[in-house]
Design a protein around this ligand. Structure first.
Ligand code: SF4
Length: 321
C-alpha cells in the first residue's frame, strides 16, 4: 500500500473543502481499501465522510423514496419503507456481496464501486481503465464475465452493483453536493459507458459528494422483484440479473420498468422489453416474447456468448448466434 494521509470530516463543509483539494471520499471502505492494498488505487489523501448526516431514508411528499448516501446496504434492505414500496431494491441489496460487507458498505459506495474485471485488479496487466492508453487485456483474454452491451474497443468491463440495476430500472435520480452547490443527475446519466475514456466512470465533478438516491413515485399497485444468476448462490457477482417493476391494473400492464445487470458496462435499461410489456396481459407467452428483446444490440466476446442466452431465456438457447 502506498503512503497516504487520513482526515475525518466533521461536517459537510470540511468534507467539500478536502474533496476540492483532491481528497478521496471514503465511508464503508469496502472497495477503496481493497484497491489501495492492491495498489490499483493510490490516493494521497482519503477523507472519511462517515460522520456526515446522510443516513436517512424518507418517503418523499410525492410518495417516492430518498435513501441517504451513507445508509448501509443492510439498513436499506431491511427498511420497512423500502421493502413495502420497492421490494426490488431490498432484494437486489440482499443478493449482493456478503452479510459482513452489507453491514459496512453504504448506498453511495455501492454505486461508486469499481469493476471486478480481474485484469483491472492485476497491476501487471494492460488495462485502459487503470492506466489509460495501456490497452485492454480482457478483449483477447479470458472474458467470460465481461460485458456484451455498451462495450467499446477500449473496455468491456461490467459494472458490479446489483442495487444500481434496480435504481436504473426505477429511473432514480442521484443527488449531488459540490463546491458549486447542489445538483441532480438521472441515474441513467450518472454511470458512464467506457467509450474511449474507461477511466472516467461517473458524471461527478471534482469534489462532489453523493448525498442521496431518490426513487420517483410510481403508480400503485407496483409489483417488483430482482432475479440474479451467478456461478454460486452466495457472495458472487451477477452473470446476468434483471430488475423488473410492473404496474398491473385491470389485468393489463400499464407501466413496466426493466433493467439488466451483469451484461452491460453500466446497468442496462431495456426500453424494448418495456414496450413489449406495456398494454399487454401477463402470460408466459408475453414474458418469452419480451425477453427476446433483452439482448438487442449485444456484442458477445469469445467466452461470454452464453449471456445472450441468459438474457433471452430458454427459447433462445438453440438460436443465439
Ligand atoms: Fe481494464 Fe476494462 Fe479491459 Fe478490464 S475490460 S482490462 S477494466 S480496460
Amino acid at each position: 500500500m502506498h503512503p497516504f494521509s487520513y482526515t475525518r470530516a466533521a461536517n459537510t463543509r470540511q468534507a467539500l473543502d478536502a474533496g476540492r483539494a483532491g481528497g478521496r471520499y471514503i465511508a464503508g471502505g469496502t472497495t477503496l481499501v481493497d484497491l489501495m492494498r492492491e495498489t490499483v488505487e493510490r490516493p494521497r489523501t482519503i477523507v472519511d465522510i462517515s460522520a456526515l448526516p446522510l443516513r436517512e431514508i424518507m418517503v418523499t411528499r410525492r410518495g417516492g423514496l430518498r435513501i441517504g448516501a451513507l445508509v448501509r446496504m443492510s439498513e436499506a434492505a431491511a427498511h420497512r419503507g423500502v421493502r413495502a414500496l420497492y421490494p426490488v431494491i431490498s432484494q437486489a441489496l440482499e443478493l449482493s456481496a456478503s452479510a459482513q460487507l452489507r453491514n459496512m458498505a453504504t448506498i453511495g459506495g455501492n454505486i461508486m464501486q469499481r469493476t471486478r474485471c480481474t485484469y483491472f485488479r492485476d497491476v501487471t496487466a494492460a488495462c485502459n481503465k487503470r492506466e489509460p492508453g495501456s490497452g485492454c487485456a480482457a478483449l483477447h483474454g479470458v472474458n467470460r464475465t465481461h460485458a456484451i452491451l455498451g462495450t467499446s474497443d477500449d473496455c468491456v468491463a461490467t459494472h458490479p452493483s446489483d442495487a444500481a440495476v434496480a435504481f436504473t430500472a426505477l429511473e432514480a435520480t442521484v443527488h449531488l453536493l459540490g463546491p458549486d452547490g447542489e445538483r441532480t443527475v438521472p441515474f441513467a446519466d450518472f454511470l458512464l459507458r467506457p467509450g474511449s475514456t474507461p477511466n472516467r466512470e461517473q458524471a461527478l465533478r471534482k469534489g462532489e459528494l453523493i448525498t442521496s438516491v431518490e426513487i420517483p413515485a410510481l403508480p400503485r399497485p407496483l409489483q417488483s422483484g430482482y432475479l440474479k444468476v451467478r456461478d454460486r448462490q452466495s457472495y458472487e457477482f451477477a452473470l446476468t440479473s434483471a430488475a423488473v417493476a410492473l404496474h398491473i391494473r385491470g389485468g393489463v400492464i400499464h407501466e413496466a420498468k426493466v433493467a439488466a445487470g451483469g451484461v452491460g458496462t453500466v446497468p442496462w435499461k431495456l426500453p424494448a422489453v418495456e414496450r413489449e410489456l406495456i398494454g399487454q396481459r401477463p402470460s408466459n407467452v408475453l414474458w418469452t416474447k419480451a425477453a427476446e428483446r433483452a439482448a438487442d444490440g449485444a456484442r458477445p466476446l469469445r467466452h461470454n456468448r452464453f449471456k445472450v442466452e441468459l438474457l433471452n431465456g430458454p427459447s433462445s438457447a438453440n438460436c443465439a448466434s
